[in-house]
Design a protein around this ligand. Structure first.
Ligand code: P5A
Length: 445
């Protein structure tokens, strides 16, 4: 993409309404624009990151054997009356009437809709296990929408639902989700710690939230500092292997890590004092096992091997896809702007032409642009007729992890400059060597 032809409405001023750094930077970098309270338009740069995150989620869900689909945003109230949640959900639910005066709602979650799909088609235990998921907009009429995409009213969520014959099978699905979530967050450059949580309106006693530690987080958390040493890395996981998935759950959840809702002073006292940490965190996902709560209420049964009709065991699992942009920025920025992890960056590499119109500089930039593009990467070439300082400020603000700077002086010596956004370190390289280095970096992502 050439910046002269892109739509990147960056703001010079710090927007007064934004209270936390990620919200400020998303507005300043021209990623989002508020449409009304808690509802945002995703401008091209923000949309690109949203899609990158979505893609990682899809890849990791499919790797775990979960099946993608798409359900609508608007739902009929009737299904929610069956589960009993139409009345329970309260003011967070946006209720709508259609022209026939039928009660509809903008889905805050999809347990009812998916249970209805399941009961319409699945009859036998032989069709289990089954895990379906989608990535779709949700609406929750939050009392206090704030912090930009962190607590929106309209937000983008990956939600998955497992159907199993037994509790043991459903707990395997739970563990599988935990593993796939750990992998997904790490690919996004985040450490998200599974913490014992509360079931809330979704229900269930088995539930973990995934929290990214950040001072601006809305949740208070208590944890043993040993949990922050755990990383998933590139382990080879067989998602059908029950023991292996249970082993990962055990490893990542056996140390004390809880949200304030489930914090227990007695158990906390057993954590060595020098490892006790009280901090704040951003909830970027939650997994639940709730047994037969919805299947019993809505008649989602299958025939088991003995010919009996039994309600299926279920769980649901959510990732806050749009919230993740805020969480990633909270964890990755400096005074000059965003620093995208390579896994989610909107463009892989910036190209800054220090002297637009200089024949050698223009030709070198075009060459870099071509080579990076041919290697399957997406560069962002700042080809505007602007001061170098302004170009650097824009690149720093929008946070591309790598930048190649091209100027007539360097070219006389046959070099361009490759700069790492995070460390600020630069090195002079021949243009082909700079391309080779950037390509090699992304081959490992
Ligand atoms: C699990 C999937 C559920 O709704 N039902 C389907 C279960 N879980 S949840 O914890 O309530 O939501 C899942 C994740 O969605 C994000 N989230 C939000 N993101 C932005 N703005 C909001 N108002 C908002 N509410 C929830 C969180 O990341 C949460 O973990």
């Amino acid at each position: 993409m050439r910046l002269s032809r892109y739509f990147l409405p960056v703001l010079k001023e710090t927007p007064a309404e934004a209270q936390i750094v990620s919200h400020r930077l998303m507005l300043r970098a021209g990623m989002i624009k508020q449409a009304s309270a808690g509802i945002y338009s995703w401008l091209p740069l923000g949309f690109k990151v949203l899609k990158r995150i979505e893609q990682i989620v899809h890849e990791e869900q499919e790797r775990a054997g979960h099946i993608p689909m798409l359900m609508p945003t608007l739902q009929s109230a009737d299904l929610w009356r069956e589960s009993g949640r139409y009345d329970d959900y309260g003011e967070e639910m946006l209720r709508i009437k259609d022209r026939h005066d039928r009660d509809m709602l903008y889905g805050p979650t999809n347990e009812e809709l998916i249970t209805d799909i399941f009961r319409s088609y699945v009859r036998s235990y032989k069709d289990l296990p089954l895990t379906l998921y989608h990535i779709q907009w949700k609406f929750r009429d939050e009392r206090r929408p704030r912090f930009g995409v962190m607590r929106g009213r309209e937000f983008y969520m990956k939600d998955g639902y497992n159907f199993d014959l037994s509790k043991d099978d459903a707990l395997h699905a739970y563990n599988r989700h935990l593993v796939s979530y750990l992998r997904s967050y790490e690919r996004m450059g985040l450490q998200a710690i599974p913490m014992r949580a509360d079931g809330g309106p979704i229900g269930g006693d088995y539930t973990h939230e995934f929290l990214v530690l950040a001072e601006t987080g809305e949740s208070e958390v208590f944890y043993d500092s040993a949990v922050t040493d755990l990383t998933f890395g590139d382990r080879d996981i067989d998602y059908d292997n029950v023991e292996q998935c249970a082993g990962v759950l055990e490893e990542f959840t056996s140390k004390y890590a809880r949200t304030d809702e489930t914090h227990d002073e007695t158990v906390w006292a057993d954590v060595p004092e020098d490892r006790q940490r009280v901090a704040r965190g951003i909830e970027v996902g939650q997994i639940f096992y709730f047994g037969t709560k919805y299947s019993e209420a809505m008649g989602a049964t299958v025939q088991d091997a003995d010919g009996n009709q039994v309600p299926v065991h279920m769980g649901s699992h959510g990732i806050g896809v749009s919230r993740l942009l805020g969480a990633i920025i909270e964890a990755n920025h400096d005074d000059n702007g965003i620093i995208w992890p390579e896994g989610v960056t909107p463009f892989h590499c910036g190209i800054v032409n220090l002297k637009q119109g200089d024949e050698a500089a223009d030709a070198a930039c075009e060459g870099l642009y071509d080579q990076l593009t041919k290697a399957g990467l997406e560069p962002l070439y700042d080809d505007r007729n602007e001061r170098a300082g302004g170009k650097f400020a824009t690149m720093d603000l929008i946070g591309l992890p790598w930048r190649i700077t091209v100027g007539p002086r360097g070219l006389k010596n046959g070099v361009v400059e490759l700069t790492n956004r995070r460390t600020g370190e630069s090195e002079e390289l021949a243009p082909e060597a700079a391309v080779a280095k950037v390509v090699a970096i992304y081959a490992g992502v």
